[in-house]
Design a protein around this ligand. Structure first.
Ligand code: GTP
Ligand code: MG
Length: 195
């Protein structure tokens, strides 16, 4: 999909702040620093639309990006960052869960993991949570540029096994540096949102 116009409509915390229109939404989730904001930027071909950082925990609100008049990408706060206080962690998980459980316009979630690392307990819990609530999920193993192409099949099998995915579950290896995998992600987004 070629995106012409992108707008950060709102950085929301409370439900009352969510955008009030009918467009479908795709949310992005994953540990702090896994590359959620970078993936958004790559997919929309903007270098700095979604704020990225080497410092984990940068995105602390639900950021609603409207793409043309077609759909929203919703950048969720990263989980699992040890240096965030327990109180803040609880606050974030409340923000994320409220969104995931109540948002009827949510058509699917892109769940990011790092291609180099075993999925954390938080990654597994998030995947199981999405499945339990019947939310369509695409697992994206990102930072693909950090692993040689010859190792990709092996990493894919290992990661699918660790998350207990079926062979048919949606899975893509991606790199926000090279853009590899972006077409498959767009295809999945198109299928969920019918745009
Ligand atoms: P939070 O907002 O803290 O939850 O992080 P995030 O998931 O949005 O991560 P972000 O996109 O800010 O990226 C974190 C760091 O990883 C940045 O330094 C990025 O440049 C780097 N990064 C993200 N994606 C890739 C990738 O595909 N390849 C490489 N090599 N680096 C990446
Ligand atoms: Mg971010």
């Amino acid at each position: 999909m070629h995106v012409q116009d992108v707008e950060l409509v709102i950085s929301a915390v409370a439900q009352s702040q969510y955008p009030d229109d009918t467009l479908p939404e795709i949310a992005l989730t994953g540990r702090s620093n896994v590359g959620k904001s970078s993936l958004i930027n790559k997919l929309i071909n903007r270098r700095k639309m979604a704020r990225t950082s080497g410092t984990p925990g940068k995105t602390q609100t639900l950021n609603f990006y409207r793409l043309d008049e077609k759909l929203y990408f919703v950048d969720l706060p990263g989980y699992g960052y040890a240096k965030v206080s327990k109180k803040d962690r609880e606050k974030f998980s409340h923000i994320i869960e409220t969104y995931l459980q109540t948002r009827t316009k949510l058509k699917g979630v892109i769940s990011l993991i790092d291609v180099r690392h075993e999925p954390s307990e938080d990654d597994k819990a998030m995947y199981n949570y999405l499945k339990y609530y019947g939310i369509p999920v695409l697992v994206v193993a990102t930072k693909g540029d950090k692993v040689s192409r010859g190792k990709w099949n092996q990493r894919e099998s290992q990661l699918k096994k660790a998350l207990d995915l079926n062979q048919t579950d949606d899975f893509v290896i991606f790199s926000s540096q090279t853009g590899i995998g972006a077409d498959k992600i767009w295809q999945w987004v198109g299928e969920q949102t019918e745009v």
